[in-house]
Design a protein around this ligand. Structure first.
Ligand SMILES: NC(=O)c1ccc[n+]([C@@H]2O[C@H](COP(=O)([O-])OP(=O)(O)OC[C@H]3O[C@@H](n4cnc5c(N)ncnc54)[C@H](OP(=O)(O)O)[C@@H]3O)[C@@H](O)[C@H]2O)c1
Length: 285
């Protein structure tokens, strides 16, 4: 069940900040026309929540599309992330300011640590995270990020952070989709008040080839993409579907006029073949 009726309905973070219930993804969206057009179409289709990252290389284009839309600042939600070479207090502040400048914003709505255990600092994360998190807390206290959080954090990374966090992260953005539900991380994040954002809710496109999902989607007269986004919402996740195609961007917004049965929600939870191959302690970046 979900009470959400449109893209502008919101989850409420543990600090009271409202976050629109579906975000628009921009990973692998090329800077320039592709990013500008896709964000423009997303905003025209009703999205008010855009997810980017410094490493995507498209912050400037995302910022330009948002500015050109003329939508007032308090009516959209922007997330960006600090990448893996950048850790520690000073570097975090500098990278945050670079992202703000790229986006052309005075503040972001959500700032995330992209990965917990970067290759460059591998297995030094308990120490490396502390300076980074202190900087994130200062950015938050100054009002330059309305919320702060993490991405790709497993239970042990969260535990390391909780050792010294004065402010607990508000969000954990992880890969979640049918057949990839990371139950331990989901349980632990929720227990600690973090909202789960579901990245790659379409399995970066791979889930759209699943005959099992197609069979379920047909029952509801929906596409597999719409089914996956709806499933994510019904699971209590915040999905971040990405597309650079105008028709698909629009299609992915039509997810509020049907309800997946509990039997089908469960069948999708148990789906085989969508396991995550990017464990944060082993990724080569
Ligand atoms: N924090 C992290 O480490 C992390 C990692 C990965 C992703 N993310 C975030 O999550 C977002 C989404 O994840 P993702 O980029 O992996 O992909 P995704 O949203 O799971 O899937 C995107 C793919 O599906 C295609 N697609 C989208 N809607 C479709 C539709 N209705 N019909 C047919 N095909 C459709 C897109 O094609 P076209 O674009 O060609 O239309 C693209 O190839 C990212 O963009 C990013 O913002 C975060």
């Amino acid at each position: 069940m979900s009470d959400f009726k449109s893209l502008t309905d919101c989850y409420t973070l543990s600090n009271g900040v409202k976050i629109p219930c579906v975000g628009f993804g921009t990973w692998q969206t090329k800077s320039g026309d592709e990013a500008e057009n896709s964000v423009k179409w997303a905003l025209e289709s009703g999205y008010r929540h855009i997810d980017t990252a410094w490493i995507y290389g498209n912050e400037e284009s995302v910022g330009k599309a948002i500015k050109d839309s003329g939508i007032p600042r308090d009516q959209y939600f922007v997330t960006t992330k600090i990448f893996n070479r950048h850790r520690g207090y000073k570097d975090t502040i500098e990278m945050f300011e670079t992202s703000l400048k790229n986006l052309g914003l005075f503040y972001v709505d959500l700032y995330l640590i992209h990965w917990p255990n970067p290759l460059h600092f591998r297995n030094a994360f308990p120490r490396i995270l502390s300076g980074t998190w202190r900087a994130m807390e200062d950015i938050y206290k100054e009002g330059r990020a309305r919320a702060i959080g993490v991405s790709n954090f497993c239970v042990r990374h969260l535990d390391a952070l909780f050792e010294y966090a004065e402010i607990k992260p508000h969000v954990n953005q992880i890969r979640l989709g049918p057949g990839d539900t990371k139950d331990d991380v989901v349980y632990y994040s929720r227990k600690n008040g973090l909202l789960l954002e579901a990245y790659s809710p379409l399995g970066t496109g791979e889930l759209l080839k699943s005959p099992e999902l197609k069979e379920i989607a047909d029952k509801y007269n929906k596409s597999v993409a719409q089914l996956c986004i709806r499933w994510s919402i019904q699971m209590g996740f915040l999905p971040l579907p990405k597309s650079v195609t105008k028709e698909r961007i629009e299609e992915n917004t039509n997810v509020f006029d049907f309800e997946i049965s509990q039997d089908d929600v469960r069948a999708m939870w148990l789906l085989k073949g969508n396991a995550d191959t990017w464990h944060p302690d082993f990724v080569p970046w």
